[in-house]
Design a protein around this ligand. Structure first.
Ligand SMILES: [Fe+2]
Ligand SMILES: [Fe+2]
Length: 527
């Protein structure tokens, strides 16, 4: 047992001497002794005693008043053992006042010894119990944090959001100054991170620095001062005026045992280094991080694969005719510009993007004789050409879209509807049309009018050239047909972002001579 500091408040010198001897015989330091209650009060306030043994009738200030004052006023009062002959004070008042024990006088050396040892044993047990309870509470807190973090990580599939989420949570839970999460790129033998808190993206050679060391060896590193490590790279510290001290760095392995990343935590706040408990906690967290990272990468791969399938399908349709190459891609860009202008949600924009890319997929089913016809359509040609919308719907209905994209076939198939109900294939009115279809209608017509065709364009009965229509005329058609063909709000939104749309394809699809005058007139600040 560690040495305990005592104060004895006792008017009888023989008794205080006996107590002092017993205390020292038990291996504790020599106690301070006073016969005065008021002096004891002063001593207790100015010294950190563990135990005060006070006579209830101490001169100057009786022991009970001394105890009550100290317990009331001191934030961390000592334990009080009261002694006394008197029957004036009830046991209830002594214990009720806060005393941990009462030793009735007269007391022999042996009796005092036994009673004190019993008291000290009980005190030690209580302290151990409190310490265990505290440890258990800390453990429960960490487990609860681990569950919270695990839940947060499993709900995030976008790895670009996952990185800052992991780093933020780990830094906070581990009471560290900063954290980094690196993924191992085995093919390039590099470590990369999407984001390291407060710092731009970093790619490191795999065999450098603490993270590199952990990635290569698979060993955990827990040091008080990183600068003591021969493989620590001080460049970052020197460049950023940062001082890396304590570091805890562990490998992240997947369920097959393959190392996929490294998690590094730097500078434990208020402590010289990370503890064994921190190591265990981080190891628990690392397995969850591994699962979340792999899920997010898989999700990203599926998304890329889905996107590239859609883009390829869309390009196949456009490629059937040299003059329509890039049509679906441009319609998509215009549609998204309108969507941003109209402040559509991210989800609505995603639906619109796929609808735009696939809106003309039905042209796959139109014969070359009609699709590539150089000349005015007959009624039969027109009927066949117009059927591409119905074909779009039936092709896309067979396509398996994720739940959030199930509106795509309907929106795509109605891009030739008009708000006055005179469009095709279903003659929907503005109230019946999906906003996405209304947006596609504007974007589609705009691209058709501003792109070159190998057959003349027609405006009512007027035969026009094969060249892109002058922009003034396109703008006037968009305005004229607003409310009949186009939804007025959508048409206006497109006119608002027209200069940006022209600028986007300036020098590419649009020769600068075709767009510069209009951009200059509508938005001189852009050019
Ligand atoms: Fe179309
Ligand atoms: Fe189209």
């Amino acid at each position: 047992m560690a040495s305990i500091s005592f104060l004895i408040v006792e008017g009888e010198p023989a008794v205080s001497k006996m107590m002092s001897m017993v205390i020292q015989s038990l291996g504790h330091q020599k106690p301070q002794v006073t016969s005065s209650g008021s002096e004891a009060c002063h001593l207790t306030r100015t010294n950190a005693f563990d135990i005060v043994i006070a006579d209830i009738n101490a001169p100057g200030m009786d022991g009970i008043s001394l105890m009550e004052d100290i317990i009331e006023e001191e934030p961390d009062p000592p334990d009080f053992i009261m002694t006394g002959y008197s029957t004036d004070y009830s046991y209830k008042r002594i214990i009720g006042g806060g005393a941990k024990a009462f030793i009735r006088k007269p007391v022999t050396t042996d009796e005092f010894n036994i009673k004190l040892v019993r008291f000290l044993n009980e005190k030690s047990l209580i302290e151990k119990n409190n310490s265990l309870q505290q440890e258990q509470a800390n453990l429960n807190k960490r487990l609860s944090e681990l569950i919270d973090v695990s839940h947060a990580l499993t709900s995030e599939l976008d790895y670009k959001k996952l990185f800052p989420l992991i780093i933020g949570k780990v830094t906070q839970i581990m009471s560290a100054e900063r954290s980094s999460l690196y993924v191992i790129d085995w093919s390039k033998r590099e470590l990369w991170t999407e984001v390291s808190e407060g710092v731009e993206q970093i790619r490191l050679p795999m065999d450098q620095g603490i993270c590199g060391h952990v990635a290569v060896t698979g060993e955990l590193v827990n040091v008080e001062d990183a600068w003591d490590l021969p493989y620590f790279n001080r460049t970052f510290d020197q460049k950023n005026k940062f001082r890396t001290r304590s570091v805890l760095c562990i490998p992240i392995t997947n369920k097959t045992g393959k190392k996929i990343g490294v998690l590094q935590i730097i500078n434990k706040k208020n402590y010289p280094r990370f503890t064994r408990e921190d190591e265990l906690f981080l190891k628990g967290l690392a397995s969850q991080v591994a699962i979340s990272l792999e899920n997010s990468f898989l999700h990203e791969e599926i998304k890329l694969s889905f996107d590239s399938s859609i883009t390829t399908l869309s390009a196949i349709v456009d490629a059937r005719h040299p003059f329509t190459a890039g049509h679906s891609e441009r319609v998509t860009q215009y549609a998204l510009m309108i969507a941003r202008e109209m402040k559509l949600t991210k989800k609505e924009m995603e639906i619109l993007k796929y609808s735009a890319l696939l809106h003309d997929i039905g042209k796959i089913g139109i014969r070359d004789k009609v699709l590539l016809k150089d000349g005015r359509f007959t009624d039969e040609d027109r009927e066949e050409m117009n059927s591409h919308t119905v074909k779009t719907k039936s092709i896309l209905d067979k396509f398996h879209f994720p739940n959030k994209l199930t509106e795509v076939p309907g929106i795509a198939a109605h891009h030739h509807e008009k708000v006055n109900g005179e469009g095709y294939p279903d003659g929907l009115t503005g109230d019946e049309m999906h906003l996405g279809s209304k947006i596609l209608a504007v974007a589609d017509v705009f691209d058709a009018l501003t792109s070159r065709r190998d057959y003349p364009k027609y405006d009512s009965e007027e035969i026009m050239s094969c060249e892109p229509m002058p922009l003034d005329r396109v703008i006037s058609i968009l305005k004229k047909d607003s409310g009949s063909h186009f939804d007025p709000e959508v048409a206006q939104a497109f006119l608002n972002c027209l200069p940006r749309a022209l600028l986007y394809y300036r020098g590419g699809h649009f020769p600068s001579i075709y767009v510069d005058e209009t951009i200059q007139r509508l938005a001189p600040e852009l050019i």
